[in-house]
Design a protein. Sequence first.
Lengths: 413, 976, 101
Amino acid sequence: MPFGLLKYGLRKKHPGQHHFTPTKPLKSRYDVVIIGAGGHGCSIAYYLAKQHGITDIALIDKAYLGGGNTARNTAVIRSNYLTESGVNFYRDSVALYQGLSNEFGYNIMMENRGQLTLAHSDAAIRSFRWRAEVNQHLGVRSELVDRQTIQELVPNLNLAEDSRFPILAGLWHADGATARHDAVVWGYARGACQRGVELHQLTEAQGIEIEAGRVVGVRTNRGNIACGAVVQAVAGASSVVGKLAGIKLPIHSFPLQAMVTQPYKPVLTPHVSSPHVHVYVHQTSRGEFVIGGGSDPYPLYHTRATLDQREILSAATLELFPFLAQAKVLRQWAGTTDMTPDYSPIMGLSPVQNYYLDAGWGTWGFKATPISGKTMAELVATGKVPALIQPFELERFYRFQQVNEAGATAASH
Amino acid sequence: MLEPRLSEPRLPEPYGQWIDRTQAITFSFEGQAYSGFQGDTIASALAANDQWLLSRSFKYHRPRGLLTLAGQDANTLVQLSSDPNALADRVLITEGLLVHAQNFSGTLNRDRNAILGLLAPFLPVAFYYKAFFRPRGIWQLWARFFRKRAGLGVIDQGFKPKRFAQSHRHCDILVIGGGPAGLAASIEAAEAGADVLLVDENVALGGSLNYGDADLDETPDALPRDALIATVNQLENLEVLTGAICNGWYADNWIPVVQGEHLFKVRARQVIFATGSLEQPVVFRNNDLPGIMMSSAAMRLTQLYGVQPGRQGVVVCGSWEGYRAALALARAGVRVSGIVDFRARPDEGHVLVDQVQAAGIPIWFEHGVDQAIASVDQNHVAGLDIGPLQAGQVARDPVTRLPCDFVAMAGGYVPTYQLACQAGGRLLYDDAQAAFAIEGLPDDCWLAGSVNGVWHQGPVQADGVRAGKDALQALGMTGAGGEPVPKTSEGLNFVWPIFAHAKGKEFVDFDEDLQINDILNATREGYEHIQLVKRYSTAGMGPSQGRHSALTVARLVADATGKTVAETGVTTARPPFAAEQLAHTGGRGFFLKRHSAMHHRHIELGAEMMQSGAWFRPAFYGEAADKNACIQAEMNQVRSGVGMIDVSTLGGIEVRGVDAAEFLNRVYTGGFKKQPVGKARYALLINEAGVVLDDGVACRLQANHFYVTATTGGVDSVYRSMLKWNAQWRLKVDIANVTSAYCAINIAGPKARAVLARVAEDVDLSAEAFPYMGVRTGSLGGVPVRFIRVGFVGELGFEIHAPQQYGEALWDLLMAAGQDSGIQPFGVEAQRGLRLEKAHIIVGQDTDAMSNPFEIQMGWALSRKKAYFVGHRTLQELEQRPLTRVLAGFMIKDINTPQPLESHLVLDGNAMIGRVTSCMTSPTLNAIIGLAYVPVAFAEPGCCILIKVDGGQRVTAEIVSTPFYDPESRRQDLES
Amino acid sequence: MKLLRCPLNGLRNISEFIYGGEVHPLTDPRHQDARAWAEQVFFDDNAAGVVLEWWCHRPTSYWFIAERNTVTDQVIRTFASSELYAERVTFPRAGSGDPHA
């Protein structure tokens, strides 16, 4: 029973407390500055405070809390990736997600509804089998399923054999889930602030001070702060912020658009994705259908939506669920995704000492929120790169050693 | 309290402009029959029948009724068979229309879920984040509970959509909004000769001229509506779309217009936003009861539909608009029993005060609303408690109770800013005027009318003319722009107090059932930025997207955070403006299909077709149930006799010019400079990261002319990449993608030469004259062709390329020529099997996104003597590191062993050390063969590997040298 | 949808074009150390501001260069690649004077 709600009805004065940091000036120094208060930034702050006792942290963001890609998210949580490094990483993230609401006392509304990815060609079946095999080997629930099983999992999916792109098979990921994206960042932020982390919104990093190859401070629009370490977790703005520290990155910032319909009574339980037709769909607990697809075709730092993409998403959605023709689109929007050459993130050390990177999150960032926070916190606290994220080091590109997840992302590249 | 309401007859003409009283229509709502007239919307017809209760609110299931009567609120959402979320104040009634209400349990009148309203104190803002997660995992169950209660309409899963049509419009000037400003702007522009498109969302042009009372608008120099519309109808270069909504603004004035089942995609050189204003509600306890509506809704009811908003009503206002509404209603014969005016009595008096008093309507100056009182059944307003305003609060001493069954709120306006802001306009707020203004539009967009802060007919029409002139000037069609019209100084918005009540239920956002305290508590809990308020409380996230809540929320948040409204702002307006069915943008679902020139022959021969990108290719010939047998038979036929396969989809690129060989040298890994004319060479393509992208064969037809093949799926990108390189290298070379200009057949098997010789002309096919990997030109049956002797399938074979229009003729010719030799067609599956027996790789199957040439044992395809080729530098780096994996051939002699499939893993103990990329049971070798990535240590012939197959079993395979079949490659070099 | 002005074909819908990456001066990879070469292959400016980039008009296979603001999406101008790449590029063989090697 939701006993937690009783106090709201029984007390005269609203018992709610400020979840974050009431606006106040920056101090002149912090042990750690985290640039970017999105899901990852807040997660890093949380684990630094909770697991490593480091609380002298300025968590800064040029806009509002979680206002970047976390706010614009389609919020899919899954670990059915391709590479061993990727699968291990996302598997651990999903496991952390399972207990997250209870960890920080904030309902992230995580629902394990399962995720179905559709194969419309032999090449896709091959690729899905590869993922299923690797997933199963590493303890992630994934399996190749046939048309009959697909029918049972999603009875209202269009399985007509004469449709333009007949469905041949699917990859069923029972561990797939969705959550309320805003709740994740708010829960982490609140947990961090409760432990003494200072959240400073509307605070933009404008310069990085480096001495003898080591970061010593951050200049912001609200004053300069000295610091012992910096983490940048700014997603689409990774190159821009990295440049402040003189760091070059293999990142391209592309818009990723999505749209949502009006709310309807529930008809769709799992999350359904078709890389071939370039669309993924799920129905939220509010009853709205959230629809996303491939990245925009050219880089842009503006979160505008296009009619072209709405047309592509609509046509693709109707291929899979023709009856959704009657559903109405309420709103469309975009985020700015930091895409990497191999569709894997860039985590760990940078050429600047004590300046750490949490970047290259493309279309795969939300699901990694807990594990990226935990591992980056460990790195900041100990100075050692955890084994789990070692493969994602920036240095791998200098060795021409990609960790290629091209087949397993939702992007159309 | 008032007695139960009786059905009132309609107002006499001229009221009811949009209904046709000669056409009665019967429809049903919640199983009960009602009648209305042609031209009625569902909401107006129900109102005429005294049915004001239309829906139950999202969270508390409170009774709701019409609010705007303009399709701008979500209270009127109803369920139709064709539309689970239809707007009752937009949809016209038709004979037999079945309408259902949404979101209730039991009946609409007595919704069992209304009890949730009692739980309201226990459901604080964002309550779902605050509980429902202990014990761990319990949310999964709660979610199901909430899901059933959430959502509005019920989607019909059996709905079979028909495809909605789309068309394009190009115009000089698009005018959005057919009210007085839009009419004036369109006329000005069209009279100057521009191509104008005028769009209005209502069934008729006129906008506020239709439902306003023009006589009360004290500016005599304005043109009457009928005169404006008559002029519009006469102008040939002015196209009008009514019942059409401009549903978004996109880059470069690209605007979708939805009209019925049609989507117009409009490209306008200039856009004029004459979108008017959205009237705002007044916030007080129980302001959501049916019967409480915008003053403009009351006006629409009377003017457009001839329906009385009630027997006796009160106007609540903070501007003279309320007075105009009261007088208009009184003139229509509607009983207005009072005006509650937040403002103090004007010292100097006002003509509207005199007129209202002359009409016998009492005015309570400087009063506000404490609460609305519900009727006995709780489903309608029955009275209004008002009190004097003291220090921004409504005093309860004395409280005056005004009996009424309708309330017309004239709470002020917000410009209909959405499209203008999507175009880049910024919303500014003037605290003194309590009004928004829009600025910063791009230089091909203009504002006109009340959206521009200009009110009253005369100035509004003048502003429309001004906008028309400005747009004409931007087009270069006139010299001077328009004379700016001053913004209206009359305070149309009053900073009316937001009347918080100790018992709450003062609704700020009707869609989401949010009260004042919900917003304030959100800020108290630290969600202070307007975007955080929105997301935490969900204000503005419902179907009406903040049309009636944005300003109030901004004011509350500004107050709570010590900022101005201008600093606080509102959340971003995003398309679509009105919720739009997917059917519109889904269009006709045009997905390209590509057929080869021989497509029909495959169908006639009973091929099972497969898709390869957009291409359709024969997988095999025969019934799907016999798949494996068919494929094996086709393979055997090629090995023992002769077969032919349509390979038209293969990419073909002509590279010509003095730098042709140099160009290929740079693009591909091999060497082409010394390639003799008449020879073909394997061409491997890698990218700068050293990853294998594509492969094919480069045929030197002349010293300066190469014909290069590429994979079906890769050719377009290979071609574009070639052009991009040469844009930088500027070599003297011409590159043409001729893939769809040629069709091609590969004829293979020991009898291939014999068959071909029967019909080939102008070419010597003998082994001496035409060796393996040779290229010749000649003809077949008079058709000019190129012959390439390649060995992909490992038999004597000729690939014949001809101009694509000869496809069927070529096919028929060869089938006839081969008849005596028993020729059979073979498909892609057989070809894949045959090539696997020769261990030829397929790019994209045996290579992945990281494969470099060393890993796939293609060091031989790299020229060491070239100065440069794309990717060379990277290969030099990679070569210095040990290989982590190689592609090796394996064999399982016992064909009863469970056969590994593509992507099955190779394991060493519990470690994943590789994977299978191709595998089959070979009919030729009577063994299971395949290719797999394995570590170098496992790659020597003789090594054993373990492959995990379906079901978890591990099978043992032996690494063998490749090719599996005909290792000396004698078969493709057959002499006879 | 957005319009883009192809230097060859004029103003066309953006759906007719393919984005081709940032414009970088051509270098001879043989003269770059391994790290500089890796940066050339994988790394990019990804600037928030005015950039030069390659575009291809798909129906005519015409490559050209655009100067665009990646924050506002305003295209400042488009022009033929010959403006930046005018000379024939060679990769002379080390020690050989033959420009056509």
